[in-house]
Design a binder for this molecule. Structure first.
Ligand code: BV8
Length: 263
């Protein structure tokens, strides 16, 4: 299917859909300048595998190294801007909310960078947590990152423990409330878009199956093939920061041509 045909198809789904779920991964933040988990890093972090560092074992073995890694990722995330892909998803949400109310679209993100919210999205489920919140390893007390002083690595907490980012490491359970909210949105969605994710990390990688079983149309927007590519109805290859604005432009065109909806 050609890219323009694929965009046409997804746009026509969105015109009819009363509930949409978008699952995003590191690829949607790539055009903001943040590396994905599979990009090769340069410099100091080149020799580390993120899949190794994002684990509770790594933090317990070397809390200084892991704290420095998250501090480095945070300093990058705060210096970059949401890209046109983030903004197109925010426009998609407000367009759908105007038509069908507050729960018409949910972004379920695996990213911890906060760029969807900064790009204007309102209903965002951060299933792998956020780099912007840290907590004490002893008491679980959370503090916004802005309150932390990174003048020592690792950061001692006020209770004799250490401060760690409120992210979900490999081997850790996802936040139950985030999982529940995700399942609720997946079970009633009519369109499911998987964008900028390699589709291998569980349980997020199984969300498309839940949506499909709920009867949703499914599509993928990604730079390369993933385990989902053969099973989605539409697979668009390219940069999400280019494809998503084109998709929203087509949605607006089709909506303008559509007969006035009875309110
Ligand atoms: C759990 C937060 C219960 C931290 C992250 C079942 C089977 C097998 C294994 C498991 C299983 N269940 C659980 C596991 C273990 C594990 C897992 O899934 N392992 C994988 C490797 C198989 N899962 C867990 O541990 C989860 N916990 O299930 O608890 C349990 C516990 C123990 C044992 C069993 C069960 C917790 C997983 C969460 C880990 N935390 N992040 C941090 O960010 O620092 S995961 C992290 O890596 C990201 O959040 C993300 O999810 C993942 C990276 O994936 P992507 O986001 O997809 O990024 P990636 O780089 O891979 O791909 C980017 C894509 O974008 C690419 O395809 C690229 O082509 C594309 N792209 C690039 N640029 C663009 C683009 N596309 C479009 N436009 C562009 N411009």
């Amino acid at each position: 299917m050609s890219a323009s045909k694929g965009i046409d198809t997804i746009a026509s789904w969105l015109l009819e859909a009363r509930s949409v779920v978008v699952l995003t991964g590191a690829g949607v933040s790539a055009e903001s300048g943040l590396s994905t988990f599979r990009d090769k890093e340069e410099g100091l972090w080149a020799k580390y595998d993120p899949m190794e560092l994002a684990t509770i074992g790594a933090f317990e073995r070397d809390p200084e190294l892991v704290t420095r890694w998250y501090h480095w990722r945070f300093t990058k995330a705060k210096d970059v801007q949401p890209n046109p892909g983030h903004r197109a998803l925010a426009e998609m949400e407000s367009w759908l909310v105007d038509r069908h109310g507050d729960h018409a679209m949910t972004v379920i993100t695996q990213n911890i960078d906060g760029l969807h919210q900064r790009g204007g999205s309102r209903r965002v489920i951060e299933i792998h947590g956020s780099i912007h919140r840290w907590r004490c390893t002893k008491t679980g007390e959370e503090r916004p990152l802005a309150e932390l002083r990174f003048d020592a690595f690792p950061i001692p907490s006020a209770h004799g423990g250490l401060m760690r980012p409120c992210v979900v490491w490999f081997g850790e359970m996802l936040p139950p409330e985030a999982l529940e909210a995700s399942f609720a949105a997946l079970q009633r969605c009519e369109v499911f878009l998987s964008i900028g994710t390699s589709g291998v990390v569980q349980p997020a990688a199984s969300f498309i199956e839940i949506a499909r079983e709920a009867g949703a149309r499914t599509a993928e927007i990604n730079k390369e093939t993933t385990p989902n590519t053969d099973s989605v109805e539409v697979a668009l290859f390219g940069q999400s920061g280019q494809i998503l604005p084109a998709l929203m432009a087509r949605v607006r065109e089709l909506a303008a041509d559509a007969p006035a909806r009875d309110t």
